[in-house]
Design a protein around this ligand. Structure first.
Ligand code: ZN
Length: 261
């Protein structure tokens, strides 16, 4: 393993992570959103992350497992286990979060249901940036520059709407737009950490990659289904508006991932 490959893997995952920041910037251009718009933005963000779970985590995870010699059934079975584990962890984390506030940890007002829900969502997006970085790092660390570049570009592109999702969700909580953008940047900076680990420890990281991708997908899907969708439905009233925002986010990410990724 040459040091230059590790460096390239790190820089590429850093650039992909910074796309999260770039994607959040449009938030600065729009005026202070109304409560309606905030909720539509949160619904859009949920759709984006739901599509991202399948197109940029689960499908690549199955492909990665197959590339390591697993049969289609074995690869899919691995993903089933990883997705369920991710969901399970979040379900438990969810139960653990409120007491954090009582001992003075966690963001302000985390005991508030809406704060807790949106922060769990942001935490899940941040968490999934680690295996994404790992994917970029391992593909460079394996020595294939073309594969590494393609992975970095694909992941960078899907980080654009994710950055918007993070910043939009935090704006919906009442954070200033500048702060929301900076927090999106912080969540994107998890990516080069994964990138460095993946490139430097490629022989260890590669077999773990499908697990990490599936785990992150399970965590994300759990949060979207159990926290964000009910939240948006309650705030906007059941029916069309929330679902339209979600569908718009879903197809935006699906299109980006399947044409450009
Ligand atoms: Zn992503």
């Amino acid at each position: 393993m040459s040091d230059s490959l590790v460096f390239v893997g790190f820089v590429a995952s850093l650039l992909a992570g910074l796309a999260t920041f770039v994607g959040a910037l449009p938030i600065l251009a729009v005026g202070r959103p109304t409560e309606q718009q905030e909720n539509l933005m949160l619904g859009f963000a949920a759709g984006v992350m739901l599509a991202a779970s399948f197109f940029s985590l689960i499908i690549p995870g199955i492909e990665q497992a197959q590339a390591m010699g697993a049969s289609k059934a074995e690869a899919s079975g691995t993903m089933v286990a990883a997705v369920l584990l991710g969901g399970l962890l979040l379900a438990h984390l969810n139960a653990v979060v409120p007491p954090l506030d009582r001992i003075g940890l966690g963001p302000r007002a985390i005991a508030d249901a809406r704060f807790r829900r949106v922060w769990l969502f942001v935490a899940a997006i941040t968490l999934h940036n680690f295996p994404e970085g790992l994917a970029v790092g391992t593909s460079f660390g394996g020595g294939d520059m073309a594969a590494g570049t393609a992975t970095a570009i694909g992941i960078g592109l899907q980080n654009l709407p994710e950055g918007f999702a993070v910043a939009g969700a935090l704006t919906a909580l009442g954070y200033s737009r500048q702060r929301a953008v900076l927090l999106a940047l912080a969540s994107g900076l998890v990516e080069p950490v994964g990138g460095l680990a993946g490139a430097a420890l490629v022989s260890i990281a590669t077999p773990l990659l499908p697990w990490a991708l599936g785990f992150a997908a399970g965590a994300m899907i759990y949060v979207v289904l159990s926290e964000i969708i009910p939240e948006v439905q309650t705030r906007l009233g059941p029916g069309r508006r929330a679902s339209s925002a979600l569908m718009a986010g879903l197809v935006t990410m699906m299109f980006l991932d399947s044409t450009l990724g």
